[in-house]
Write a protein that binds this ligand. Structure first.
Ligand code: HEC
Ligand code: HEC
Length: 369
């Protein structure tokens, strides 16, 4: 049970979000916000009770980088989500504020507004607000470590800071009560929704302002081909078949086994990382994970849910070899055919998905530096 995925208890949800209904007068309207997106992206869905605004995004940005958001004051969200690594941390798995290791590799937060489910394998976490209960309050493992004994202390740190008081007042209304966990969470969720990666060289190519080299162009054609199969799972603007925007009326949330493990001849994955089986208990869900976005993938090593593949070349070797022979593997993995030139071209294409604006924009950077 140690790493069982956190399904927030009713009591935790009520204590964090319970007061929300009454206190929204100052929240800006969605109309004051404009997404700046290329034509191949449509606006993401935004919860009606947490509309976007630049002031809220900037408040959320500070909180995202602020170590005072952990029980012992040593870690922030940004401790495991670094901007220069597209908001991943470069580690196999992450280490929380009290030294415990996470079960899985830290994914990017960029474009998470379009993800209909969050984390590697959890169909019950459907929005960024609910997801945040995991790093903040989760105990298996401890990440930010805000346990019951630390909750008031953490809020007092922010309530005692005049800069935060002014920023919260501007967005959520005056008074100490405006500095609540529900509002902290809403602000950080707004920051995360605003962290978009839509300006890679590939996006510029689609907009007609950049050209691809011969190898990148071959890689692109391969990526979308039957021969490589990649785009049958890594599809759409985020390169994942889990995707939702304002125009998507039916949201599918598939999970796939891409043949990473077969430790018992029947397709088993090592505990505690057995995909959505951990939640559903269904044998057929063994090894089923969300198709990971490939945006900025050249800077997000190591790869896969457990960080077990260290380079893109090794990922391509995995797919070219069809992963493990497993009865639970998605059949498309066996249809992949790649020679050495194909692998090199695919890597060249994947490298065009790096978005320097995301990695360097001051708008997303640590405000305390
Ligand atoms: C100790 C390291 C650590 C800290 C601190 C941390 N995270 Fe994460 N984050 C992770 C790991 C590991 C995962 C993957 C979890 C999983 O799949 O089980 C993750 C997943 C996520 C995701 C899901 C992304 C997706 O594509 O589904 C988001 C969003 C996120 N974190 C935001 C945050 C925010 C906001 C905070 C601060 C409140 C935070 N994280 C603090 C390590 C961390
Ligand atoms: C059947 C669906 C499917 C197909 C086909 C597929 N993938 Fe994946 N891919 C996934 C899933 C699911 C994961 C996450 C698996 C895990 O972590 O256990 C993944 C993970 C990855 C990762 C790691 C991303 C990260 O951030 O860790 C890369 C890179 C990748 N795939 C590239 C490709 C390429 C290139 C192709 C084509 C040669 C391809 N995939 C074909 C489903 C697929």
């Amino acid at each position: 049970m140690r790493h069982a995925p956190l399904v927030a208890s009713a009591a935790l949800l009520a204590s964090v979000f319970g007061g929300l209904v009454t206190q929204h007068q100052l929240q800006p309207t969605a109309a004051s916000w404009h997404w700046k997106l290329p034509a191949h992206f449509k606006a993401p869905r935004i919860p009606a009770d947490n509309p976007m605004s630049e002031a809220k995004l900037q408040l959320g940005r500070r909180l995202f980088y602020d170590n005072r958001l952990s029980g012992n004051g040593t870690q922030a969200c940004a401790s495991c989500h670094f901007q220069n690594l597209a908001f991943t941390d470069g580690k196999v798995v992450s280490t929380g504020s009290t030294g415990e290791e996470t079960a899985r590799n830290a994914p990017s937060i960029a474009n998470s507004a379009w993800n209909p489910t969050l984390t590697w394998a959890n169909y019950s976490i459907l929005d960024l607000e609910r997801h945040m209960l995991v790093p903040m309050f989760g105990e298996n493992p401890v990440e930010l470590g805000i346990d019951d004994s630390k909750r008031d202390l953490v809020l007092q740190r922010f309530r005692g800071d005049p800069d935060y008081r002014a920023r919260f007042a501007r967005v959520f209304g005056p008074g100490a009560e405006a500095i609540s966990f529900a509002h902290l969470i809403q602000a950080i969720a707004t920051f995360q929704r605003g962290v978009v990666s839509v300006n890679s060289r590939y996006d510029q190519y689609l907009a007609g302002t950049a050209v691809l080299t011969a190898s990148e162009a071959r890689g692109r054609a391969l990526f979308f081909s039957e021969q490589a199969q990649c785009a049958s799972c890594h599809s759409g603007p985020t390169f994942s078949d889990q995707y939702a925007d304002v125009t998507t009326s039916v949201v599918r949330t598939p999970f796939h086994n891409n043949g990473l493990y077969n430790i018992d001849g029947k397709g088993a994955y090592p505990e505690p990382n057995r995909g959505i089986l951990e939640l559903s208990g269904k044998a057929a869900d063994m090894g089923a994970f969300r198709t990971q976005s490939l945006r900025n993938v050249a800077v997000t090593a190591p790869y896969m849910h457990d960080g077990s593949i260290s380079t893109l070349a090794a990922v391509l070797d995995h797919y070219a070899a069809h992963g493990q022979r497993s009865p639970l593997k998605d059949p498309r993995i066996d249809r992949i055919h790649l020679d050495d030139q194909d692998k090199a071209d695919l890597i060249a294409f994947l490298e065009t998905l790096t978005d320097e604006e995301l990695l360097t924009s001051p708008r997303y950077a640590n405000p305390f530096k």
